[in-house]
Design a binder for this molecule. Structure first.
Ligand SMILES: [Zn+2]
Length: 82
């Protein structure tokens, strides 16, 4: 049950947390940093849309709701002078 595996970064043997799937790095700061760097690199490498998605996320809503603010104002006209 308490098996140990070598850390993918520093090579030291450590007992992976059974709750963490595919844990390959020990808890050292350097190793955690390396893990994060690798993940980000792989993510950006495997998924060219990832970067674009993050950027597009902001404007996407407005693209899907064209004229929202105009419609909002038309349905709720200002009543000044009425
Ligand atoms: Zn390590």
């Amino acid at each position: 049950m308490n098996f140990v595996i070598p850390c993918a970064h520093c090579g030291c043997l450590f007992a992976p947390d059974p709750r963490v799937k595919n844990q390959r790095y020990c808890g050292e700061k350097d190793c955690q940093r390396a893990r994060k760097r690798k993940w980000q690199k792989e993510k950006l490498g495997n998924d060219p849309d990832y970067k674009a998605n993050q950027r597009a996320c902001q404007t996407d809503w407005h693209r899907r709701h064209p004229g929202y603010y105009r419609k909002y104002r038309r349905e709720r006209p200002l009543t000044i002078g009425a």
